[in-house]
Structure formats: C-alpha cells, structure tokens
Write a new protein. Sequence first.
Length: 250
Amino acid sequence: MARLPIALQLYSVRQDCARDLPGTLSAVAKMGYDGVEFAGYYGFEAATLRTMLDDLGLRVAGAHVSLDTLLGPELDRSVEFHQTLGNRLLIVPGLPEARRSSRAAWLETARLMNGIAERLRPYGMRPGYHNHTVEFQPLEGELPWDTFFGHTDPAVIMQVDIGNALHGGAQVLPFLERYPGRAVTVHLKEYSATNETALIGEGDVPWDEVFRLCEGVGGTEWYIVEQESYASPPLECVERCLHTLRQMGK
C-alpha cells in the first residue's frame, strides 16, 4: 500500500502561526509534512493562503470550522472560501452545549449534518466531526459517538482524535472497526497515563494497530499530527512527531 500523506494540524503551532504564518508554513514544509489542516486563517484571504501553500508544495488536508459557518447562507460563503483554498474537508471540532446536552440533541445534530453533507455534495466537499472526550461519556444509555455516527450519512467524516478518545476513557480501536470507511482523516495524538507532554511514540497508544485499522477498514486518506502539550517549543515537538512516524514506516 502506498504511504498515506501526513499533515500537521496548525493549531499545534498556533502561536507561531499568529506571529508569522508564512514563516511557520515554510518551516512545516521543510520538516517534510505533506500538508496542513487549518484551524483559523490569521487574517489572510483564501487566495493568498493558496499561493503560500502552492509555493511550498503543501496540500490542504482539511480545516476545522465552526458549525455556524455551515448553516444557512453562511455555507455558501464557506464553499467559496474553501474552493479557493483548495480544501474539500470541513470538520466541526466541537459543538455548543445545546447541540450535545441530550441524546435528542445529538440526533438533531446528526440530522443537521446530514443536510450539510447533501448541500456540500455538488461541490465535492464533505463535512465531518472531530471528537474530544465528552463523546465517550455515556448519555441516556448510549455513547454520544454512537448516537451521532450511527445516524449520520457515510458522507459525514468521522475524524477520530486518538489521544482525545483515550483521554475520554474510550478504547478507540473498536470505533474504527464499527464505522468502516468513515475515518477519512485521523488525528495522531499520543496518550500517556504518566506523561502529559508525551509525543507520538512516547506513550500508550498501540500505533501499529491504529495504522493497521486506518489503512484497512478505516478508509483513511490523511494522517494529521496534532500536539497540544509541549516539553519543548511547539515546532520542535511537531518535527519530532513526524520523525518518529517516518521511523515507524509512515
């Protein structure tokens, strides 16, 4: 199987991006990342961002966007922006309390996301949802993760964040098997019960099994590194994560 591309979620280096986005993107490209996932645009227009990325040979692996930007007339503006950017994956990284406070709320959010998926389909774009920890805390007899993905169209991407899921007490591997083909992009984040600043390869994640499932039943197209705790400068941390992944054969 061909090597899957590896992107960096730019939230990992958000302070560097805020100070100097062009310089940070250049550093990320020099490390050897294949692409980036956005979580904000730091005041730059889509066309300018696209030029920066093209000049550096970086691709867009997606963007984290608020649900509000995918509703009503805002969705048309989002489509225009992301078409220019060259992005087709619009991932919601969290929900307001009202949209996840009960099983009924999760079902309504699933219905909403199905409608968004249908509106995005003509543009070759897909919406998705990214977990934190609350999705794996039982709610009215069911895990919200199952409530949501059990009632969404397969077009809605299941962006599993490995570290977040483990922090939430989930055994993440069964979810990759339960929803085949849905894990189009996967956040590679370490989890350690003893080291809160662990980088990829320094904790408890069974990476060989994660990769096997992602590249088998998961339907994964992008691995995305996200690091949110730091024992050294963020750019050093994400470079070490990529280096470790390459040593693992990724």
